[in-house]
Design a binder for this molecule. Structure first.
Ligand SMILES: [Zn+2]
Length: 188
């Protein structure tokens, strides 16, 4: 358990907990629409390594992701879930191929619909809207990981890349290698 705090509203929304075998933690599972209608709030912190699909595309799984989800209903009585995520990931610079840190603070609201057809129709009317189909057993971790994967920069690059290591070595001889050469000659 990594200190999940849950509001009473989330309990009223019929919150249950699932056992995550990989990390021996309990992860919240919610009914996405009930959670929204009850105004649920959940937050916590998860190690980056606990998101396997995300870990696949990262250079390192160091660090934690702070997260919060909130629920509500819009003026058309449609339930929504907002997910906020904050942290820092280590991605690969697509120019120099060295690791670079990518600090993020993202928030997305997903408006919920009964089926794909209704969600597609709503997105056509409002292209800025993010939608999801009502999920009676939504694993919160999956929602968070999907949002992180969507937010990852497609081709991240350093503002200024360090000079490539290989070139440094060719430009000037390593002083320690030269010293080692001297020692060898003395011993002969
Ligand atoms: Zn770079």
């Amino acid at each position: 358990m990594r200190g999940f705090r849950l509001a009473l509203a989330a309990l009223l929304a019929g919150l249950v907990w699932s056992q995550d075998e990989g990390f021996g933690r309990s992860m919240p599972v919610i009914h996405s629409a009930d959670f929204a209608r009850e105004g649920g709030v959940l937050d916590g912190s998860l190690p980056v390594a606990s998101f396997p699909r995300l870990a696949d595309v990262l250079v390192s799984t160091d660090g934690d992701v702070a997260w919060q989800i909130r629920g509500g209903v819009d003026k058309f009585s449609r339930p929504w879930i907002e997910a906020s995520l904050e942290g820092e990931l280590v991605v690969r610079c697509q120019r120099c191929l060295n690791p670079m840190s990518w600090p993020f603070s993202i928030e997305t609201r997903f408006t919920q619909f009964a089926d794909e057809a209704a969600a597609d129709e709503a997105e056509e009317l409002d292209p800025d809207m993010e939608t999801m189909v009502i999920e009676p057993a939504l694993l919160v971790e999956t929602l968070l990981e999907d949002e992180l994967l969507l937010a990852l920069p497609f081709a991240p690059t350093h503002a200024v890349c360090d000079a490539p290591q290989e070139q440094n070595r060719q430009d000037k001889p390593n002083p320690f290698a030269a010293l080692a050469g001297l020692k060898t000659r003395k011993a002969e």
